[in-house]
Write a protein that binds this ligand. Structure first.
Ligand SMILES: *[C@@H]1O[C@H](CO)[C@@H](O)[C@H](O)[C@H]1NC(C)=O
Length: 386
């Protein structure tokens, strides 16, 4: 109520004062710390430092081909990935991998690992699972408390933005590629397990002081070139069972986030519809400046869906397109830098049909709207009612 009153008042005062007000608001203060958890969609090179298979690494040519970073970094892209753009929009440098020796982590830490799952059973031993990523976060929290003292560390952690992009590997290698897991669990039950573990991780981060969360929804997994090539129907369409799992996961995540927002004071989130956004680009590439929505730029076989794109994989030969910017897909699993950039823009300040209830700019700028929970907490009249 006070806020509304203040703005009516402002309209009445002189132009000079309004101008002064505008110049103050131009010096917007951004949250200065960014923590990232996830899989190959956001791994900036943590897997360069672990023992794993070549499929889970991307620190060789032609990865990074567009030369934004001088050499291949370990990013699963022809250049940058979504979190590089998000950091740029938040006026931060690219956030370095947790495992990179002597990296500058003063603006945040990226814990993501290619091949990793929310479940520790997914690609076990070949990637850094979510639980381990959280134990690494604990180490960072301890260092911050030692360096800043607990009060300042708490403030930093509560102002930071936590971005999570994970789940694809749980459904692909962890379930569809794992007949034993399919025997043990019905799809609905498996989605429940994945979501239970993700919810637990979000709650743990909240208990450690995290308040602002961003999520990259799962893509239509069955339309990845690798799954299109494996589609049992072999009709050139998407692998429907994989799409159904991704959709079930996305729906369950939305329910979980709504509940957490209701239950946890000051919990703020940005969820996103990557699924329909990406499907639209695959189906209508020319509407968005692409020429090819189905086939991978780098790979072999139908749709470039056989995962060969350099490195020391069993099959070392691969085809490579001329201009990755024309393509939605970079390799059999991962989109091009151009897709990363376009969706980063959507996450940053896109419409509420794509990102909701907050976009990432709101979270980084501390511009969050009041939630029902805040009103209930802060207004004595409401407290009497509830
Ligand atoms: C987490 O996943 C494991 C399987 O890896 C499962 O046994 C457990 O019930 C899940 N936890 C929750 C809270 O759902």
């Amino acid at each position: 109520m006070r806020l509304v009153f203040c703005c009516h008042f402002l309209l009445l005062i002189t132009g000079q004062i309004v101008f002064k007000f505008a110049s103050v608001s131009a010096e917007i203060s951004y949250s200065s710390t960014f923590f990232i958890f996830g899989d190959s969609s956001v791994d900036p090179g943590n897997n360069n430092h672990i023992k794993t298979i070549p499929e889970n690494q991307a620190n060789y040519k032609p990865y990074g081909r567009n030369g934004f970073f001088k050499d291949p970094t370990g990013r699963f892209s022809d250049g940058r990935i979504i979190v590089d753009f998000l950091a740029e929009y938040a006026r931060l440098p690219p956030i370095a991998p947790y495992l990179e020796p002597s990296a500058d982590h003063s603006h945040g830490v990226n814990f993501a690992s290619g091949g990793a799952g929310i479940l520790s059973t997914t690609n076990q031993g070949l990637a850094i699972d979510l639980e381990t990523q959280l134990t690494y976060f604990d180490q960072v929290q301890k260092l911050l408390e030692d360096k800043l003292g607990s009060a300042q560390a708490e403030e930093l952690l509560s102002n930071a933005v936590y971005f999570i992009s994970m789940g694809s590997n749980d459904y692909l290698g962890g379930y569809l590629g794992n007949p034993k897991m399919q025997e043990l669990h019905h799809p609905e039950e498996y989605v429940g397990m994945v979501m239970g573990n993700l919810t637990k991780a979000i709650q743990e981060l909240y208990e450690k002081g995290a308040r602002k969360f961003g999520f990259l929804g799962l893509s239509p997994l069955g339309c990845l070139p690798v799954l299109r090539a494996m589609n049992p129907k072999a009709d050139g369409g998407c692998f429907e069972q994989a799409n159904a799992l991704a959709m079930a996961h996305n729906n369950a995540l939305e329910t979980v986030l709504k509940n957490l927002e209701y239950l946890l004071k000051d919990f703020k989130y940005c969820n996103s519809d990557f699924y329909n956004w990406l499907q639209d680009r695959m189906n209508n590439p020319s509407n968005y400046g692409f020429k090819e929505g189905v086939n991978a730029c780098c790979g072999t076989g139908p749709y470039g869906g056989v995962f060969t794109c350099g490195g020391t994989k069993k099959l070392t030969t691969y085809e490579l397109c001329e201009n990755a910017d024309d393509f939605v897909w970079w390799d059999s699993f991962h989109p091009t830098e151009r897709i990363h950039e376009q969706f980063a823009k959507a996450l940053w300040d896109g419409p509420s049909s794509l990102v909701w209830p907050f976009n990432l700019q709101d979270l980084f700028l501390n511009k969050e709207k009041l939630t029902i929970a805040d009103i209930v907490d802060n207004n004595p009249d409401y407290q009497q009612i509830f």
